[in-house]
Design a protein around this ligand. Sequence first.
Ligand SMILES: CC(C)(COP(=O)(O)OP(=O)(O)OC[C@H]1O[C@@H](n2cnc3c(N)ncnc32)[C@H](O)[C@@H]1OP(=O)(O)O)[C@@H](O)C(=O)NCCC(=O)NCCS
Length: 161
Amino acid sequence: MIYPNNYHLGMEIRIMRENDAQGAYSLMVSSLDEYYAPEVVQYFLMQWPAGQIVACDFSGRIIGYLAGARLGPGRASVSLFCVDPAYRSRGIGSMMLARFRQSAMMEGIGHIQLEVKENNTSAIRFYTRNGFTVFERLEHFYNDGSAGVRMVSSGSSVRSN
Ligand SMILES: CC(C)(COP(=O)(O)OP(=O)(O)OC[C@H]1O[C@@H](n2cnc3c(N)ncnc32)[C@H](O)[C@@H]1OP(=O)(O)O)[C@@H](O)C(=O)NCCC(=O)NCCS
């Protein structure tokens, strides 16, 4: 889906480059409530370069970061995903997800899954609108003991809102 309103931002959505790693990590630390070591960004980048998507503002600053992982034949996961709070609800996350799906499809990957905290209702709503459905509940899935849900998508990326 195209969001014409975003073109005035001079924003770009593209596959991540080596020198985006620091910016992606900084965004991740400020946006996600689980701790991740800095090496995690390099790890994802090395294992699947085309599955790492960033959004940049007009100055090149990283304002969105999606880390994908290949799970096996035809399957991948969205392992990390965040958009800078100042840029949320403008369609950037949906466009990043669409770019990620494109990378996945080019490698014959049609099944995408992810885990999200059960109480992260806005993220669950976001994924539902982007074609994911809840597959199972994951008791004590996170470091703080909270539950998660696994969501899956194996079809089109049509939004339903
Ligand atoms: C989940 C997340 C990545 C979504 O990114 P985003 O850029 O806000 O996503 P979108 O803008 O595409 O869609 C989100 C909302 O904006 C709305 N929206 C989409 N396009 C829009 C547009 N052009 N104009 C106005 N609103 C729009 C959607 O309806 C949705 O509304 P909701 O608040 O009812 O859910 C972001 O909220 C985030 O970083 N959250 C914190 C980290 C997190 O929870 N990550 C996921 C855990 S795995």
